[in-house]
Each structure stands twice: as C-alpha cells, then as structure tokens.
Design a protein around this ligand. Structure first.
Ligand code: UDP
Length: 341
C-alpha cells in the first residue's frame, strides 16, 4: 500500500480544524492531529472516523508545551506541512484575558515554528483573520488593503503572528507559508456529525441564532440597526466551513507544488456581503421557523461592513466557494439539532 502524505494539524479537533481533517483524509492525506481539547471534545475524532472511515492519529498536547510538541513532531520528519489552527479565538474573552491570549497564540506559534525547523518541515498553513483589516476604508478588502491597529488582544495576536511568520520566511530559505485570512465561518458538515461547539454563551452570530432557535437562548439581540448599510445592520462575509476546509487542502498543495519559500497572504471569503437581518430572514426561510429577536444597541468594537475580494484565492489556489448561504444555514441548524448542549 502506498503511504499517504502526512500533514500535522494543530487544533485538528476544533471547528475549522475537524472539517479540514475530513477534507485532508478525503484528498488522500494522513492528517496527524495535535490538540489538547480545551475547546473541543474527544468524540469529534470518532465523528471524523464515522464520516471518513479513517481514524486519524491524535496526540493530546498543548502547543505551548515545547517539549511535548517536539516529542510528537520528531516522529513525523517526512510531513509535507503543518496546518496551525490551535489558538484562542474569542474577541471579548481576549479583552478580559489578554495575557492568556498573547501567551497562547504567540507562544504556540513560536513552538510550532521551532519544531518545524528542527524536523525539516517546510510548509505552514496559518489561520489568520479578516480582523486584521479593522475598520477598513472600503467594505470590500483585498490582501493589499491596509492592516489597521487592532482593537482587541485577539486581533493583535493575529497581526503579530502574521509578522512572525513573514520574518521567519525571510530568515530561512526552506520555509514557506500561507496566511489565510478567514472571513466569517458558518455551517457544519452536511452529515450533521461535526460542527461548532461554542463554550458557554456564544459570542458569534450563527451559534447564537441556532441556540435561540433551539430554545437555549431566549432571544437574539441584533447589535445595532443604525449603521450606514441598506438595512442598517452590519455586513459580513459568511463562508461555509466546508469551503474553508477545502481551501486549506488547496493551500497546502499550492505550497508543495510551487516549493513556496515565502509568506503569501490569502483572503478566504465568498466575495459577497450579507447583513445580520438578511441572515436572520434566510435562516427562518430555509429552516421554516421563526426566530425570537429584537433590535438592540451597537456592540462596542464592531466594524460596519466588510467582505472579501477573493480573487487571489481563485488565482493562486484554484479555489472558489461551492456552498450557498442557504446550505450553510441549513447545515448549522441540522448540527445544532443533533447535539446535547
Ligand atoms: N451579531 C448580532 N448579535 C449577536 C452576535 C452577533 O447582531 O448576538 C452581529 C455582530 O454585530 C456582527 C455580526 O453579527 O455584525 C457577526 O458577528 P460575529 O461576532 O459572529 O463575527 P464578527 O463580529 O467577528 O464579524
């Protein structure tokens, strides 16, 4: 039997990570997960196995733990790349716990980069965010749009991690990376077996909607309807997590096929902006239910509108989105109905 290509995936049990692991297996790769399950559950691995008929190897490690990471990575010197998802990701929490966010997000990246260098792993796929654009000058942003000063420790860690990775590719001949700037991931695997597992009260719109529809939350509050947008609510670029997952496989192939030795920034969005009210209406229509919601005040720190220009992803990765917004809203709801909160 031909040995399939090994890829290390930190945070592979997480929301975007688990969907990417499924897509890696489907594309013939051998993903090795490093995850400490701080923001996931070990049964996600069983669900990945149920979907793909392959049980991925999983090492329970905290990526800040240099010794532990080295012990794992040394077993995979032939890995063709590393996809680094493991990080803290909640904007609000980062304001409460800045030190944890800097230590974990930056510390883990440094450990990962050291391990890659020690064991000759040349290619990194990194999870960044459109949050680096801040309050952008135009609603649609390209990768050349300016990076604005962050308004939260979370955002600042993404800006800083991008810089560290760029400096690392300048410093070393044998290191290339894609810095993937995600827009707003929503949806779940069409099987309903894996999806997002928010801890406590969700901050993000989609899990708040599905938990409200399920009766776990009494009411959704729309954060502001007096913005300068057609219906007054914020506009974002909501991308199906399966499309995002597929983009990671393509990013890895791009790095390998071009023997990339630099850091390439790539937006991952649909290229289409959708308002909060449009999301609510579409969710109600596609799932045939009524959502209890009210219009409330603005949330501090929200940008008015942002969506991706995704031409670079199309050109470099040969990637475009395949799923519609309605499919994403249907899959989010199917996943929510199937879990015990
Ligand atoms: N939002 C909302 N009510 C909520 C959660 C979010 O109206 O309970 C809005 C929020 O103001 C923003 C959009 O939904 O316009 C997406 O918010 P999310 O936190 O999911 O993502 P981000 O702000 O990072 O784009």
């Amino acid at each position: 039997m031909m040995h399939s290509k090994t890829v290390l995936v930190t945070g592979g049990a997480g929301y975007i990570g688990s969907h990417t692991v499924v897509e890696l297996i489907n594309a013939g790769y051998n993903p090795i997960i490093l995850d400490d399950f701080r923001n996931s559950k070990s049964w996600i691995i069983d669900r990945i196995a149920q979907i793909t008929k392959v049980t991925p190897t999983c090492h329970q490690v905290d990526c800040q733990d240099e010794g532990a990471v080295m012990e794992v990575v040394k077993n995979y010197p032939n890995a063709i790349g590393l996809i680094h998802f493991a990080a803290d990701k909640a904007v609000g929490e980062s304001i409460q716990k800045p030190v944890q966010y800097y230590q974990n997000n930056i510390g883990s990246l440094c450990v990962i980069l050291k391990a890659m260098k020690s064991f000759g792993i040349k290619h990194l796929v990194f999870s960044s965010s459109c949050t680096v654009y801040g309050e952008a000058d135009t609603a649609v942003v390209t990768e050349e749009s300016p990076v604005k000063a962050a308004t939260s420790p979370y955002g600042d860690t993404k800006i800083t991690c991008e810089k560290i990775i760029r400096y690392n590719s300048n410093a070393h001949d044998n290191f290339g990376a894609t810095l993937l700037r995600y827009f707003n991931p929503i949806g779940a695997h069409p099987s309903g077996l894996i999806g997002e597992l928010p801890q406590g009260v969700p901050n993000n719109l989609m899990p708040y909607i599905t938990q409200t529809a399920k009766g776990i939350r009494e009411k959704l509050t729309v954060f502001g309807s007096d913005y300068n947008t057609p219906d007054g609510t914020n506009i974002r670029d909501y991308i199906h997590v399966m499309d995002l997952a597929k983009a990671h496989v393509k990013a890895l192939q791009f790095l390998n096929n071009t023997a990339c030795k630099e850091s390439v920034t790539i937006n991952l969005g649909t290229g289409k902006g959708t308002s909060v009210l449009e999301i609510i209406n579409a969710f109600e229509n596609v799932n045939q239910l009524k959502l209890n919601y009210e219009i409330g005040p603005r949330r501090v720190g929200d940008v008015e509108q942002i969506y991706a220009n995704s031409e670079r992803a199309k050109k470099l990765l040969g990637w475009t989105c395949e799923y519609s917004l309605n499919e994403a809203l249907k899959h989010s709801w199917e996943w929510e109905k199937g879990i015990d909160n």
